[in-house]
Design a protein around this ligand. Structure first.
Ligand code: APR
Ligand code: ZN
Length: 270
């Protein structure tokens, strides 16, 4: 019997009764796919200053100031994003959608893994690293994650230096107007994507799964409170902390990669 069998049963009980659940996801959901979280020990923000590299201007100046350090980190992240595969947590969320229980996945993650796990209704509040947006005409283009990274690494290896002029040659070009494109992700200080749709889904759900997030980045982190204000049950899964204790109905101090499949199993056995 699982150490947290009582909590898993309680979560399964609540979810089995609804057709209007939503999931609010953070980087913890992809940790078991080998992608570092931001604020855990050894996380990305321990390696680079978020207020520096987390803004578009800051990223370019950090690159200019310390290209070797930044390119090493960039390379490590590329490797992790290339190797990453959907984990049992991603797949369990896709199952809950197919079972007609989970209506929407609202994610802060930019790694495209929930899309690849087969979920259809996903709101990406912080964008997607493998979707490009044109800096001129704003047209968007979706790229295939692994081939894109493979090509990018080849081009990187052939760069003569890490000057801005060289790095710009890495940027994909817009098929329509030929301008430079950048990843369609939300950097600090930039507007969150699809905010009204995310809060609408959060406000309408009967149950909200809060998965693998430290709950420190707003406006996204206000979403569980909005769901609670509108009467939803809150189920939190996080092995290390629960930033939403005062509004939590069921807390599972577990990894999503083991808790979510266990919950799905319980529901299927009902
Ligand atoms: N399963 C579930 N939760 C996990 C797991 C796991 N396997 N591993 C770690 N966690 C939890 C950690 O305990 C932590 O609470 O995931 C959380 C990750 O928190 P952060 O690193 O702060 O990531 P996140 O909440 O997604 O950050 C929000 O901040 O940096 C910005 O834009 C970035 O979208 C990001 C936002
Ligand atoms: Zn364009």
């Amino acid at each position: 019997m699982d150490a947290f069998d009582r909590e898993i049963s309680a979560a399964a009980e609540i979810l089995a009764l609804t057709r209007k659940a939503a999931a609010f996801c953070g980087s913890g959901v992809s940790a078991e796919s080998g992608i570092s979280t931001f604020r855990d020990p050894g996380g990305i923000w321990e390696r680079i200053d978020p207020m520096e590299a987390g803004t578009s201007g800051g990223l370019l100046s950090s690159l200019a100031k310390n290209p070797e350090k930044m390119m090493k980190i960039f390379y490590d992240l590329l490797e992790a994003f290339e190797k990453a595969e959907c984990n049992p947590g991603h797949r369990a969320l896709a199952d809950l959608e197919k079972m007609g229980i989970l209506a929407t996945v609202i994610t802060q993650n930019i790694d495209n893994l929930q899309n690849e796990a087969g979920s259809d209704n996903i709101i990406e509040m912080h964008g997607n690293l493998f979707r490009m947006v044109c800096l001129s005409c704003r047209r968007k283009k979706k790229l295939d994650r692994k081939p894109f990274i493979r090509d990018l690494k080849l081009t990187l290896n052939n760069l003569k230096d890490y000057s801005l002029a060289s790095l710009v040659t890495l940027a994909p070009r817009c098929d329509t107007c030929g301008s430079i494109m950048r990843p369609d992700v939300v950097m600090f200080g930039e507007a969150v994507q699809d905010l009204p749709r995310a809060f609408e889904a959060g406000g309408e759900c009967e149950v909200l799964l809060v998965l693998g997030t430290s709950g420190v980045v707003y406006p996204a982190a206000d979403l569980p409170f909005e769901a609670k204000r509108k009467g939803a049950d809150i189920i939190v899964i996080n092995p290390r902390e629960n930033a939403f204790e005062e509004i939590t109905d069921v807390y599972l101090p577990m990894k999503t990669g083991s808790a979510l499949p266990a919950i799905v199993d319980k529901i299927k056995k009902k």
